[in-house]
Design a protein. Structure first.
Length: 300
């Protein structure tokens, strides 16, 4: 019996290094989180999806994916709405060749499109933390890419979940869509959504906001943001503090922090903007006020 136990232990010791070697190193682990809340109609949802499909079929982005030090990245794609509604369309997928990238884009193009109800950016971030935790690849960088057309109005406070993600060294970038189309429920558009994303959503060294002027502008914004994330190109504008003034269409705004910080042991939680002047719970307050004013009730 003792000999058998020793033999089993020896087999485990021999197998452990081999198992460790099976975890391929990738230049980037990128989770794409896409808003499908009720403020987005089917046409807008289709524009979002097509934006990502086109981006992964773009020769420049394909070249960037294959041009890193490891020549490969890992990507996961999920949609989100209410606090506990997240739908994983494509789990962690290795993109290490033109064929694998093309196959990923085709899978994405063929996946069904759906619409849900509320807007929980905090839920989307919460979902991403264990998603990164079970990533089967060793990544130099972990980036959560959140796109949406509204502020958080369901679930926990977005800054609380941002803090939890940053503790896990997950950089959060944002793509707010300045949607001026009528909301199906009559909820007014948020003209300050770019500033909200800047102060309340993104975080981590060299994190940034890429603003889409509208849903028609989404493919351009996606392509530009993905290219910078994949190629690890720093955003054009880097700043620390002060009044930003009005944000121009398509402008990029970034947190401070060097490329070294992303690969080092720095505390990611310090790479955030100061508290938003309107409060990072502004989405929750606007939602309560809207439903109370229109229907005399507040949402569950």
């Amino acid at each position: 019996m003792v000999k058998l136990l020793r033999l089993v232990a020896l087999v485990i010791l021999i197998a452990a290094p081999a198992a460790a070697q099976e975890r391929k190193e990738v230049d980037l682990a990128l989770a794409l989180a896409i808003d499908i809340s009720g403020s987005i109609d089917p046409d807008e949802a289709k524009l979002q999806r097509e934006g990502y499909v086109q981006a992964f079929r773009d020769p420049t982005i394909v070249k960037a994916i294959l041009g890193g030090s490891n020549g490969r990245i890992a990507v996961a794609y999920y949609e989100w709405s209410d606090a506990w509604v997240q739908r994983l369309l494509i789990d962690w997928t290795l993109l290490d060749s033109k064929a694998s990238i093309a196959a990923f884009a085709t899978r994405l193009a063929n996946a069904p499109i759906s619409i849900a109800r509320r807007t929980s950016i905090s839920g989307a971030i919460r979902y991403a933390i264990p998603l990164f935790g079970r990533n089967p690849y060793d990544a130099e960088r972990k980036v959560l890419d959140i796109s949406g057309d509204g502020s958080n109005n369901d679930g926990g406070l977005v800054t609380d979940m941002r803090y939890e993600a940053l503790k896990e060294r997950i950089v959060i970038n944002g793509l707010p869509i300045m949607n001026d189309r009528p909301n199906p429920f009559g909820f007014p558009s948020e003209t300050d959504l770019d500033r909200y994303y800047l102060h309340c959503v993104i975080g981590g060294p060299r994190s940034f906001v890429e603003v889409a002027r509208n849903f028609e502008d989404f493919p351009r914004a996606v392509r530009k943001k993905l290219l910078q994330e994949v190629a690890d190109i720093g955003p054009r504008h880097d700043f620390d503090a002060g009044d930003l003034g009005p944000l121009a269409d398509g402008v990029q705004l970034a947190q401070s922090g060097s490329r070294r910080a992303i690969r080092g042991e720095d505390d990611y939680t310090k790479y955030v903007r100061p508290e938003y002047e309107l409060g990072c719970d502004v989405g929750e307050r606007r939602s309560r006020e809207f439903w109370q004013r229109r229907f005399g009730v507040t949402p569950d």
